[in-house]
Design a protein around this ligand. Structure first.
Ligand SMILES: [Zn+2]
Length: 63
């Protein structure tokens, strides 16, 4: 599976290629966190969203 964040205007919407879509978030980190929750629930063993979230947090400078 693959998740992506659709950034439009003021919000970030997490989308998965399985058809799932999360709730719009006001931050990329929030959308990535939502995507990671979905990944854990729906795609156990996948780490794409986990890695994206970790990378985002590293770049943002907070844990
Ligand atoms: Zn999915």
């Amino acid at each position: 599976m693959r998740v992506k964040i659709d950034a439009g205007g003021m919000t970030y919407l997490p989308l998965c290629d399985c058809g799932w879509r999360g709730l719009p978030s006001t931050s990329r980190g929030g959308a990535l966190s939502d995507a990671r929750h979905h990944e854990r629930r729906a795609h156990p063993g996948d780490l794409q969203a986990a890695k994206a979230l970790a990378e985002h947090r590293r770049r943002a400078g907070h844990s």
